[in-house]
Design a protein around this ligand. Structure first.
Ligand code: NOJ
Length: 661
C-alpha cells in the first residue's frame, strides 16, 4: 500500500562561505538554518515559529587523519522533498507518513575530502547526518564527533548515565544545566511550551551516541573502542559512508511527541522480501520462576526447563490463546556461564518431543541463547545455531549478553561501541535468513532498525520487571513505568515483561512489585512490544482467571495508537486499535498518586455501538496494602461517551471495546 508523492528538485548553488541556508518543515513552522563560519566551520541553528529552539551550534568530526571541524568550503546544495505513506510489517501503527524536506549541504575540505551534511526537516522535528560520498580517500578513523545542541532555555530532562549497565537504570529528572554525567541517548526534555526527545536513527556500523553538557551545550560522546589508547578511536569507516542520523523530536504536546515516527522514517525500508513469517506474539515462559528463585536455569532439583514443565506451559498457552512459550535454561552451560552450548539440551529437555508437541498444539517455542557476553563464540557458530533452531520449528529467539563489557571478535568491547553494533546487526541478518525473530536482551539502544529488519522485534535495555523480583533496593518505584513510555520506549519496543499477578517474593521478602493487579494489565497496553510477555507463572494467573482474561484478549499489533493523556513520571493512558479490526484497547497506569482517568471515547466510530469491558482497581485498592482488589464492569458505549476511572496508588486499568454487531 503506497501513496507516493515524492518529488525532488536538485539545486546546485555556489554560495559564499558565510551565507546561511535554511530548510523548513512542510508546515513551515520549524526551520533548520545551516552556515559556514569565517574559518569554514559548519554550524546550524533551529527555530520553531520564529522562536529559537537550538542556538547556533557546531557540527563536524575529528579523525586521526584530518581535522574535519573547519576548513570547509561550500561546493553546492541539493534539495528534495518527500511525502510517502508506507505500511509497517508490525507496529504501533499500520500506516506511517513520511513527510519532510531535505537539504544536502555539499562541503569540500581544504584537504580535498568531500563531506555532505544531509538535513531533514519534518513537522515534528529534524535530523541530520554526515555523509562521505565515493572519493579518493578510502578510510577514516573517527576520534570525536563535534555535534552539539545549544538548547534555548533549561528544560527538565530525563536521562540515565551512559555507563548504566545494560541501560537498566531509573531515569533521573533534573534541569539540563544540572546534568553532570555523560548521558545515554535518548534524552527527553520538557520545556515551558513543549517537548523534545533526542536520539539517533539507523545505527548500523558506528558507535552509539552519548551526550554530555559542557559550556552551555549538549555535546556528543561516541562510545569508544576499548584498547585504542588515550586518544580513543570511536569508529573505523570505509568511504562511501553515512553516519547514523542525529534526530530531535520537537512538539508542543506529549501525545504529539509519542506519535512521532521520525526515527522509523529515517531508517531504510524493509530489506526482507518475504516477511510473511514475522508475527507479533504474546508469550509466557519458564522464566519468572528463575528470577524469584523457585526454579534454576542449571540442571538440578529445581530445574525449570524440563520436558514436563515445558509441556505444562505449552498446554496452558494453548488453552488460553497465548501464542508462544519461552524456555530459559534448556541448554548446557548454566553452571559457570562461561561456555554455553546452543545446540545441546540438558538431558531432561527433549527438544524433538517438545518441538513436535508445540507444532501439534499450534504454539510457538521462543528459544533462548544467553551468551554471558561471549559474542565472539556465538558469532563464530551463528549459522549452526540458527539452523538448529529453525530445524526444530523455532521462529523467535531471545538473545542475552550479560556482561558489562562483551567479548566480540575484536576483543573486549562496550556492547554499544562499533564492534558490538556490528555483532548485533550480524545476528539480526543471520536470524532473518533462518526466518527467526529476535528479542535482544542487553542490547545496544534501539534506533529504528526494525523498519529494515522487522525480525528485530523487541529489545530489553530497560530496568524491567525482573528487578522487582530480586533487586536489593526493594523494587522499582511506582513512577518508573510512568516514565518509560516517554523515554526508553521512544527508542523502540521494549521487552519489559509485564503481567505479574503475585507481588510478594518469599525468597527475597524485602523486594516486591510496586503495583496493583490492574496496573499490570494497564502495562500490557502502555508499554509497547510486538513480542509481549505475560511473565508470571500459570498457577498465579489461575488465582485471578477473570483478570487474566484481559491478557488473553489484548493484542500486541496495532492499527493506530494514541496517547490519550499523560505526564512524564506521573501517569499515562494509551488507546490502541487492534490491527485490521474495529476493537480498541485502553490501558492506564499511575505512580504512587491515585488519580481519576478521563477518557473521551472520541476515537470510536460515531454512531456505532460498542461493548466495553473494564478492569479497574477496587475502591480500596493500593499497591502496598490492597494490590489485588479489582472490579470488572461491562456496559454499552458510543463515541459520545467519556470513560471515567479511578486509578489507585500504583494502580491502573484496562479496557476492551468491541463493536456490537
Ligand atoms: C538477563 C535477562 O534480562 C533475563 O531476562 C534473563 O532471564 C537472564 N539475563 C538470563 O539470560
Amino acid at each position: 500500500m503506497k501513496r507516493f508523492i515524492a518529488y525532488f528538485f536538485p539545486l546546485f548553488v555556489l554560495v559564499s562561505c558565510t551565507t546561511s541556508t535554511t530548510v523548513k518543515s512542510p508546515d513551515g513552522r520549524l526551520s533548520v538554518c545551516f552556515r559556514l563560519t569565517e574559518n569554514g566551520q559548519p554550524v546550524y541553528s533551529v527555530h520553531a515559529a520564529d522562536r529559537p529552539v537550538i542556538e547556533e551550534s557546531p557540527l563536524g568530526l575529528m579523525t586521526q587523519e584530518l581535522d574535519l571541524s573547519n576548513g570547509f568550503d561550500l561546493s553546492g546544495l541539493a534539495r528534495q522533498s518527500c511525502d510517502t505513506v508506507w505500511e509497517t510489517v508490525w507496529g504501533e501503527e499500520r500506516l506511517i507518513r513520511d513527510h519532510h524536506n531535505e537539504l544536502t549541504v555539499r562541503l569540500q575540505h581544504k584537504s580535498g575530502v568531500k563531506m555532505h551534511i544531509v538535513i531533514r526537516c519534518f513537522d515534528d522535528g529534524f535530523a541530520f547526518r554526515y555523509a562521505f560520498p565515493k572519493q579518493e580517500k578510502k578510510q577514516l578513523t573517527i576520534t570525536n564527533e563535534l555535534t552539539a545542541y545549544r538548547f534555548a532555555g533549561d528544560p527538565e530532562t530525563w536521562s540515565i548515565p551512559w555507563r548504566t549497565e545494560y541501560y537498566e537504570g531509573l531515569w533521573n529528572k533534573m534541569p539540563l544545566s544540572a546534568k553532570t554525567d555523560t548521558l545515554c541517548s535518548p534524552l527527553t526534555m520538557e520545556f515551558a511550551d513543549g517537548y523534545a526527545c533526542m536520539h539517533e536513527a539507523a545505527l548500523t556500523d558506528y558507535p552509539a551516541q552519548n551526550l554530555y553538557v559542557s559550556d552551555g551545550a549538549l555535546r556528543t560522546y561516541l562510545t569508544p573502542w576499548l584498547g585504542t589508547g588515550e586518544r580513543e578511536v570511536k569508529a573505523y569507516i570505509s568511504l562511501p559512508f553515512a553516519t547514523p542520523w542525529r534526530m530531535v523530536i520537537l512538539t508542543k504536546t506529549l501525545p504529539e511527541m509519542v506519535a512521532s515516527r521520525i526515527m522509523l522514517n529515517l531508517n531504510e525500508p524493509c530489506a526482507i522480501a518475504d516477511h510473511s513469517w514475522i508475527k507479533p506474539m504474546k508469550f509466557m515462559g519458564i522464566w519468572w520462576g528463575m528470577h524469584i528463585k523457585t526454579m534454576t536455569w542449571e540442571a538440578g532439583p529445581k530445574h525449570g526447563a524440563t520436558t514436563a514443565n515445558m509441556e505444562r506451559y505449552l498446554r496452558f498457552a494453548k488453552q488460553h490463546g497465548i501464542d508462544a512459550v519461552l524456555a530459559e535454561g534448556w541448554n548446557l552451560g548454566w553452571e559457570d556461564w562461561q561456555h554455553f552450548d546452543f545446540t545441546t539440551p540438558y538431558p531432561d529437555w527433549d527438544m524433538t518431543y517438545l518441538s513436535r508437541l508445540a507444532q501439534k498444539l499450534g504454539v510457538e517455542i521462543v528459544g533462548h541463547n544467553e551468551t554471558g557476553g561471549n559474542a565472539a563464540d556465538y558469532e563464530r557458530e551463528l549459522d549452526t545455531i540458527y539452523r538448529y533452531h529453525a530445524t526444530h520449528g523455532i521462529h523467535a529467539i531471545k538473545t542475552g549478553y550479560v556482561s558489562p563489557i562483551i567479548r566480540t571478535l575484536d576483543g573486549l568491547q562496550w556492547n554499544k561501541g562499533q564492534s558490538g553494533v556490528r555483532h548485533y546487526r550480524k545476528v539480526i541478518e543471520t536470524a532473518a535468513r533462518y526466518q527467526i525473530a529476535i528479542d535482544n536482551h542487553e542490547p545496544v539502544m534501539p534506533t529504528g532498525l526494525q523498519r529494515t529488519y522487522p525480525n528485530l522485534m523487541t529489545q530489553e535495555g530497560v530496568r524491567g520487571q525482573e528487578w522487582n523480583a530480586w533487586s536489593r533496593d526493594g523494587g522499582s518505584p511506582c513512577e518508573h513505568v510512568t516514565v518509560l513510555p516517554f523515554t526508553r520506549v521512544m527508542a523502540g519496543p521494549v521487552d519489559y515483561t509485564p503481567g505479574v499477578f503475585c507481588f510478594e517474593n518469599p525468597v527475597i521478602p524485602e523486594t516486591r512489585v510496586h503495583s496493583t493487579l490492574m496496573n499490570q494489565l494497564g502495562l500490557m497496553v502502555c508499554i509497547y512490544s510486538p513480542l509481549q510477555m505475560a511473565c508470571d507463572l500459570p498457577e498465579n494467573y489461575m488465582r485471578y482467571p477473570d483478570a487474566f482474561r484481559f491478557i488473553e484478549r489484548v493484542p500486541c499489533d496495532w492499527e493506530r495508537s494514541l496517547l490519550v493523556d499523560g505526564r512524564i513520571g506521573d501517569y499515562c493512558i494509551f488507546a490502541r486499535q487492534k490491527r485490521g479490526a474495529e476493537d480498541w484497547y485502553i490501558g492506564g497506569i499511575t505512580d504512587e498518586q491515585p488519580r481519576e482517568a478521563v477518557v473521551p471515547l472520541t476515537m470510536l466510530t460515531p454512531g456505532q455501538r460498542y461493548r466495553l469491558t473494564l478492569w479497574r482497581d477496587g475502591d480500596e485498592a493500593d499497591w502496598l496494602t490492597r494490590p489485588y482488589a479489582y472490579n470488572i464492569e461491562e456496559r454499552e458505549v458510543t463515541a459520545a461517551d467519556t470513560l471515567t476511572v479511578r486509578m489507585a496508588a500504583g494502580g491502573g486499568f484496562a479496557a476492551e471495546i468491541v463493536p456490537v454487531q
